[in-house]
Design a protein around this ligand. Structure first.
Ligand code: ZN
Length: 150
């Protein structure tokens, strides 16, 4: 288990240091800002949605390691997914970080997202880990242009 934990820590550190899909997406057709006032995490999520498929996804902004790594992993997971698939991933990730039993979840199907299972032990960090996801959900529903964890 300790090997697994250090692997998970490595994933988070790596994505924090070298965030994937980081930057402005010029031809985005959905843009949403997310803010977590408890920690000061603030990100913008850019989506290019076509025929209900996430063709492109990028993010920009600043925040703590957990929030940035979570946004980065999220973009790698969701690129190319349909809207219903993305919403299913949201539910999976949300369950993982909010239920203490989340660690028993099917780690294999979660891939790198499983790295965030430990967050459920730190309620204050759950909002960091889910900020990008809540923003994404708002963007998929199109009406919102900003979300806050408060
Ligand atoms: Zn944070």
């Amino acid at each position: 288990m300790s090997d697994l934990r250090s692997l998970y820590q490595e994933i988070i550190l790596d994505h924090n240091k070298n965030p994937r899909n980081f930057g402005v997406l010029d031809d985005a057709n959905r843009v949403i800002e997310g803010y977590n006032p408890l920690c000061g995490d603030r990100y913008t999520i850019y989506l290019k949605l076509e025929d209900d498929v996430i063709q492109e996804i990028k993010f920009s902004g600043v925040g703590c390691a957990i929030s940035k790594a979570s946004a980065s992993v999220m973009t790698t997971v969701l690129k190319g997914k349909t809207v219903p698939e993305a919403e299913a991933w949201f539910e999976k990730f949300h369950a993982l970080v909010t239920h203490p039993s989340g660690e028993d979840a099917d780690g294999a199907s979660l891939g790198k997202l499983a790295a965030f299972a430990g967050v459920s032990e730190f309620p204050a960090r759950v909002k960091c880990a889910t900020l990008a996801w809540h923003s994404l959900k708002g963007a998929l529903r199109s009406s919102a242009t900003s979300v806050s964890t408060e």
